[in-house]
Ligand binder design. Sequence first.
Ligand code: NAD
Ligand code: MN
Length: 504
Amino acid sequence: MTTAQKKTFEVLPVKRDHYAMIIGGERLEGTNVATTYNPATGNPVATYAKATKEEAELAIQAARKAFDFGKWKKFPVGKRARTLNKIAGIMRSRFQELVELEVLDSGKTVSAAQGQVMQAIEDFEFYAGAIISHRGHVNNIPGPFTNTTQKEPVGVCAQIIPWNYPMMMAAWKVAPALAAGCSIVLKPASPTPLTAIVLTEICHEAGVPEGVVNIVPGSGSEVGNYLVEHKQVDKVAFTGSTPIGKDIMARASDTLKRVTLELGGKSPSLIFDDADLDAAVYGSLWGIFYNTGQSCEARSRIYVQRGIYDEFLEKFVAKTKKLTLGDTMEAGTHIGAIIDEKQLQVIDGFVQSAKEQGATILTGGKRAQVHGFESGTWYEPTIITDVTQDMDVVQQEIFGPVVVVMPFDDEKEAIRLANDTVYGLGSAVWTTNHGRANRVASAIQAGIVMVNSPLSAFPGTPFGGYKQSGFGRELCVETLDLYTETKSIVSYIGEKPLNLFGIE
Ligand code: NAD
Ligand code: MN
């Protein structure tokens, strides 16, 4: 093919039997093929080309070439924005297929997938707008000098994402990096690579030049590590668990890569006795059981002021028992499957150890038998009380539909308990007292505070953690700073040469 010929990327159906990786603008098969399953049924969904170090190397070289010699970063910003909007437009036109593929690959419910795919689309639209006004400054400095700063794309970005929001996490990563002019090597999580592969295809279809977005579905320990340690990768953006995040930060230090980490959480809800109780009950229900609790900002610790503790629990348990598990393609199903058997055993391990330590399981507490879906991995929505702050079930991220509820006496104690964790991602405050809402919001050590709200993640709102929940913010204009370097350009504009040593 000569360079004069414009390559067109062959459009394949969203749902199909096999998915190739994409490197340098081409679909590529590797030496390995893997199968991805539907956790709700245990059935295989499709096969995909599984990348090894060799393909990771090819992807890095393709991204490097696209960044160093390609035109994406040189495009007028309006042209990049237009391409992002085009990606969003194609996604919109295939919304239903993308939703169904996400449901099949992840075991989540169709209603959850609809919201997440829609947000992924809106992320591209958001960054298409945000990049237009992302620019440098003119700074006032003394004397015959001028100073301007310019924002330059950081380079080749390795983006490593988890399985809980496969499409949405891909969008959170790819959209701002593309907007900023970077090149990308995306590594999806092994259980859920399909929608990220399709997103990469759509990027090509929309006109993103070859090599700018590459995808290498492969194992974290092999492909992930390879990307993190590679000398020609400039940045690693990771979303996943805190232990892996620590490992990545250590490995990335040898090359001093730019690192952003969106990690785990153990987010608290504080429910005060002046709260709108129904709102707090509904909000807490969503806060923990949305996405089957497989959410980094799941409000998995609920602290309730003692005067309303019993009443809250009574309502909360009653509503929880009404949540339905079942056909994930049914609009009315509330709770989807657990991603795999291993994760289900981890969840159950936490619950059983809490029980052995004297905790009370008010509802749930075991594997769920779901009629018609007996071969899937399902767990009952679980509420645990009579726990102490030092128990594992209170301190550690479970990443499943399991919540602990504890009483507190006053505002000071509530804040102390909320902050008594290594994590600091989400948090919620339920109160009708405006002063209290603001005092508590300021005192909580977390990147996100939801005041009387079950929702927090909209395109434009910063998302990210304090403490061991990581650093960097996604989903917002500030993210663009994390995909760019700031270059300071200082010019001398005086007439006489500057002879600073004063040499005759
Ligand atoms: P994980 O840490 O096991 O894996 C995340 C990704 O990292 C996967 O793609 C995996 O293959 C890869 N990986 C694993 N080992 C690696 C290594 N040594 N080097 C490089 N890459 C490696 O997490 P998970 O189980 O997929 O996802 C759940 C976790 O993600 C939870 O802790 C959750 O809180 C977190 N999460 C955080 C956010 C956030 O925005 N803060 C959002 C979603 C999920
Ligand atoms: Mn799968």
